[in-house]
Design a protein around this ligand. Structure first.
Ligand SMILES: Nc1nc2c(ncn2[C@@H]2O[C@H](COP(=O)(O)OP(=O)(O)OP(=O)(O)O)[C@@H](O)[C@H]2O)c(=O)[nH]1
Ligand SMILES: [Mg+2]
Length: 198
């Protein structure tokens, strides 16, 4: 029986080649922080949990069109060809592993906060460490000048608590858990009623 094929697919610069090399057990693919490093697809044999399979690295699929600056700065002239190569890999594959950059979610949240609260500020109240984990307790403040999660600009100044826990391995953040006191935030914005004093 032929070995199953797993294709690693995603946007440029999300760590596909890094994972491919880790699975392959050797540095077959070039890893670089310039998006658009991988152009052609590349295959290797690997095993995971006693299952043997072939893994395929692909070039990052760049959705940019219409004269905008491409994501894959390293391969701006080959966006279409890279996409076609990735599609060949998807068609050949028994399973497709879609890789995303975990920091993107954080960027979306901070983008939303900054457009709604232009004077947004995070004050660090505490940093605690235990083993490979770091706990950061913060107070976030800002004046709501724009729409936030369906609440139109209120002009109100808010202040609420946020607690983040991150896990670090090899000098990089590898896991993140975050809680913000959104109940207090929404009460301060008047979007939900505050508990009555009586
Ligand atoms: N923080 C962090 N950086 C990573 C991780 N994995 C890869 N990187 C870095 O991200 C950059 C891009 O990694 P690649 O593996 O080349 O990414 P790619 O998806 O193959 O990129 P393209 O081939 O350009 O589409 C490199 O500088 C890596 O060292 C990770 O888990 N965490
Ligand atoms: Mg790559």
């Amino acid at each position: 029986m032929p070995k199953p094929v797993v294709a690693l697919v995603g946007r440029p610069n999300v760590g596909k080649s890094t994972l491919f090399n880790r699975l392959a057990g050797e540095r077959l693919a070039i890893v670089d922080d310039i998006p658009g490093t991988t152009r052609d697809r590349l295959a290797a044999e690997t095993e995971w949990n006693d299952v043997n399979f072939n893994i395929i690295d692909t070039g990052g699929i760049d959705p940019t069109h219409g004269g905008k600056t491409p994501l894959s700065v390293g391969s701006a002239d080959f966006i279409q060809e890279i996409r076609e190569q990735a599609l060949v890999a998807v068609n050949e594959a028994d399973a497709v592993l879609f890789i995303t950059d975990g920091s993107e979610g954080v960027k979306v949240l901070t983008g939303m906060l900054r457009s709604a609260f232009p004077d947004f500020k995070a004050t660090i109240d505490d940093i605690l460490t235990e083993g490979d984990k770091v706990v950061i307790r913060m107070t976030w403040t800002g004046t709501q000048k724009g729409e936030f999660m369906g609440v139109p600009a209120t002009g109100k100044r808010v202040s609420f608590g946020v607690i983040d826990i991150i896990r670090i391995a090899n000098g990089k953040v590898v896991e993140h858990w975050g809680q913000m006191d959104s109940m207090s935030l929404m009460q301060q914005l008047g979007a939900i009623p505050a508990p009555s004093a009586g």
